[in-house]
Design a protein around this ligand. Sequence first.
Ligand SMILES: [Cu+2]
Length: 142
Amino acid sequence: MINGTDWLVIGAGLAAISWVNWYFFLAGRTPVPVAMSVAASSPRSTSSMEAAPSGPTEHTIVVDGGYSPAVLQVEAGRPLRLVFDRRDSGSCSEEVVFPEFGIRKFLPSGKRTVVEVTPPKAGRYDFTCGMSMLRGTLVVTD
Ligand SMILES: [Cu+2]
């Protein structure tokens, strides 16, 4: 015989089943309009989808009595490929040093020399010549 408590259990069970059906079959199919409109309206996320997110970012830095550009905006955690294009022949610029990365590299005059670093976190990382006279900065953002 079915008493009042049984009806309560059956009712709760039916409610749970219909909620599960709604959750998986109806809610799951509904696109997320908020997230999509944000992605479509943000040029930054569009461009990051076009570029391979894991590939290194390459920058060429001309060395000619200084670094040009002297300031580079880069992303934290993303591998960087810095191509030093050395055009002068003074002894001052013959080495480039990245103190935070423990890198000291000789730059032959008239050649392109690659330095690869991955800035681990946001901040400013200087690079200098061997005597700390010429200066450049990596401005790293998240
Ligand atoms: Cu120097």
